[in-house]
Design a protein around this ligand. Structure first.
Ligand SMILES: [Zn+2]
Length: 275
């Protein structure tokens, strides 16, 4: 199974003391997350001002820095329209990437999805289809790209854990119905993070965690950073019995042998979810 770390997302500098913003911070934090069990990294590169950007100069530096810190670990970037709302500019910037990421996430609720997928395919960048709703799942099925994906990201936007889990289940059913058989990775946001993760692990799917999604551990205390969030997710996977097939990268397997894992109480997700 795969645990992908989402290092920073759209969070603003200072939202969390350990939020990585600069290329050096992203690289160092990615390394720590990989040591903790992450098998892939997702980042939102920033400009000098700390604001999200698709600018090739900024993105290339981040890709290079993370690759140097985490050799062999696949990395991906966001392509969200809120980073660059103008479709022509968005495609032009992505076309300028030289140190291309292994994959990029495409929100199927965004306009211009087909053009973007076509460009990513041409550039040799894997497509992660971001599916927020049942309608997005249907749009993916209709797009013609459902068999050309690195994975589907099932991303319920609900803040309430129970509602997020219900959305994840509805999206799963829609993907099954449409015959979308790409690998799936699930994640929620805020306090829904852990409930959605448990749902995914029970179903045998991949997961993601990181400061983009949540600043909090299952017991509602503030996480020290991305590495701790990954370690807690790994422990949850272990308890649900998802580690029989091993983790998704050699780095992770090596880490398992060293056994530097934290023991955490995650069952309180149920309490937080009100169940
Ligand atoms: Zn993101």
């Amino acid at each position: 199974m795969l645990i992908k770390v989402c290092l920073n997302g759209s969070r603003k500098p200072g939202d969390h003391p350990a939020l990585p913003i600069t290329p050096a911070e992203l690289a160092a934090d990615a390394h720590r997350a990989v040591q903790a069990g992450a098998g892939a990294c997702h980042a939102h590169p920033r400009g000098q001002d700390g604001v999200e950007t698709l600018d090739p100069g900024a993105c290339d530096v981040v890709a290079l820095a993370i690759r140097k810190a985490c050799p062999g670990v696949p990395i991906g970037f966001s392509t969200a329209t809120w980073i660059e709302p103008d479709q022509t500019d968005r495609l032009e910037l992505i076309r300028g990437w030289v140190e291309r990421p292994d994959f990029a996430s495409v929100n199927f609720s965004d306009p211009g999805v087909l053009e973007l997928c076509r460009l990513l395919r041409r550039l040799g960048i894997g497509i992660e289809a971001g599916v927020w709703t049942v309608a997005d799942a249907e749009a993916l099925s209709d797009s013609g790209y459902s068999r050309q994906l690195v994975r589907v990201l099932v991303e319920p936007q609900d803040i309430e854990p129970v509602e997020a889990e219900a959305t994840a289940a509805a999206i799963s059913a829609a993907l099954d119905h449409a015959g979308v058989d790409a690998p799936r990775l699930y994640h929620g946001y805020g306090m829904a993070t852990w409930r959605v993760m448990e749902f995914a692990l029970d179903g045998g799917w991949d997961i993601r965690v990181g400061l983009e999604d949540t600043l909090h551990l299952p017991d509602a205390t503030i996480a020290s950073g991305n590495a701790e969030l990954v370690a807690v997710a790994l422990e949850m996977a272990r308890k649900i019995g998802r580690l029989h097939g091993g983790l998704a990268t050699e780095q992770e397997a090596g880490h398992q042998q060293h056994g530097a894992l934290q023991t955490v109480s995650w069952r309180c997700t149920r309490r937080l979810a009100g169940a």
